[in-house]
Ligand binder design. Structure first.
Ligand code: 2AM
Length: 185
């Protein structure tokens, strides 16, 4: 049965204390839209619009059967991605990548595929997006900011669950709704 599309993604949440530290990093720079705490997460799989209610039900079922032990991740070091030759996103990294994080990502991609859905299959570069860059951003300002905070650390956090989110795009940013949470063993 086709229902109104839901823009879905699977992500790991960080504790509110970490997010509040990350919100405070906002330099208030022209052309840099810093994310609100509730928008910050580590995306594991982006599904885009899903219109079939059956596919969504199957997705819940398959995600619930993913088994990876809980683990800890650091939040450290700022960087940026570029798109079409311009900075697009400012992020914080999660260290060199815990093997359980990569195992979780792979199992979630498999779960999405086995529910008949098509995940984004680009290489997994684990990061937490902090800000989105607009055309008014001066590259030099961004480079200075990134250099100043290259060694920034926001401590470790425990990953004991992941969540399925829907995302509604609005002019003031995305509104994310947690549709389901899945605990790690
Ligand atoms: P990012 O912030 O780490 O880039 C919801 O849109 C989330 O899905 C975003 O936070 C984004 O993660 C992620 N995402 C991954 N691929 C995407 C794509 N092709 N389009 C939009 N969002 C994508």
């Amino acid at each position: 049965m086709n229902t109104p599309p839901q823009r879905l993604f699977v992500a790991i949440d960080m504790p509110w204390s970490s997010r509040s530290d990350l919100v405070k990093l906002d330099p208030g720079m022209r052309g840099l839209r810093w994310l609100r705490a509730e928008e910050m997460h580590l995306t594991l799989s982006f599904l885009g619009n899903v219109i079939s209610a059956e596919a969504r039900a199957l997705l819940h079922e398959r995600l619930a059967s993913v088994r990876v032990p809980a683990f800890c991740l650091p939040l450290a070091s700022l960087g940026s991605f570029a798109a079409r030759g311009r900075p697009s996103v400012v992020w914080i990294g999660v260290g060199r990548g815990h093997p359980h994080l990569f195992a979780l990502h792979k199992k979630i991609q498999d779960a999405v595929l086995s529910a008949g859905l098509q995940p984004d299959l680009r290489a997994f570069k684990p990061h937490v997006t902090l800000a989105r860059c607009g055309p008014a951003l001066a590259r030099g300002d961004l480079q200075r900011f990134l250099k100043m905070h290259a060694a920034f650390e926001a401590g470790m956090f425990a990953v004991s669950s992941y969540a399925l989110y829907s995302s509604e795009l609005t002019p003031d940013g995305a509104i994310h709704r947690r549709e389901a949470e899945f605990a790690l063993p």
